[in-house]
Design a protein around this ligand. Structure first.
Ligand SMILES: [Zn+2]
Length: 142
């Protein structure tokens, strides 16, 4: 399954199925769960959350997306706009994954956050970068 890529400024009013909405301004990627359940999946882009790779045509998200809070419990990767289904985790595995995640984030915020190499988020939230996005939009005619 291939998803369509759309760069947006903010959260769209109505999200369409099969579309990846990327907001650089808010460091967020949004889409409707690919299983068709209609749940909105919001992934925050940050060094401690998801990483976004944009190759000029398609995006990839890392790590995988595990919708454990939805009834469908779908679990998939987004690689070059393609949905790659992953195994369905047991509750136990989800709990272990969350514990790992907390540990990882704890490390990040206590050790890495003050480092100088992480100004990306702050800069992207400034209005200045919004006009940069606007310029990119008009350039690529999105
Ligand atoms: Zn679903």
């Amino acid at each position: 399954m291939t998803l369509q890529l759309k760069f947006v400024e903010s959260v769209p009013e109505i999200m369409e199925e099969g579309v990846l909405y990327v907001s650089i301004t808010y460091c967020t990627v949004m889409h409707l769960c690919v299983c068709g359940c209609g749940n909105e999946v919001v992934t925050r882009i940050s060094p401690a959350d998801w990483q976004l790779k944009f190759d000029g045509k398609s995006i990839s998200l890392n790590p995988s997306i595990g919708n454990w809070n939805f009834d469908c419990r779908s679990h998939y990767w987004i690689v070059n706009n393609q949905v790659r289904y992953a195994e369905n985790w047991s509750d136990e595995k989800v709990a272990r994954g969350r514990a790992r995640e907390r540990e990882r984030k704890g490390k990040f915020y206590s050790v890495e956050a003050p480092k100088k190499n992480e100004p990306v988020i702050i800069e992207q939230l400034k209005p200045k970068s919004r006009s940069k996005l606007e310029r990119l939009k008009s350039f690529f005619n999105f």
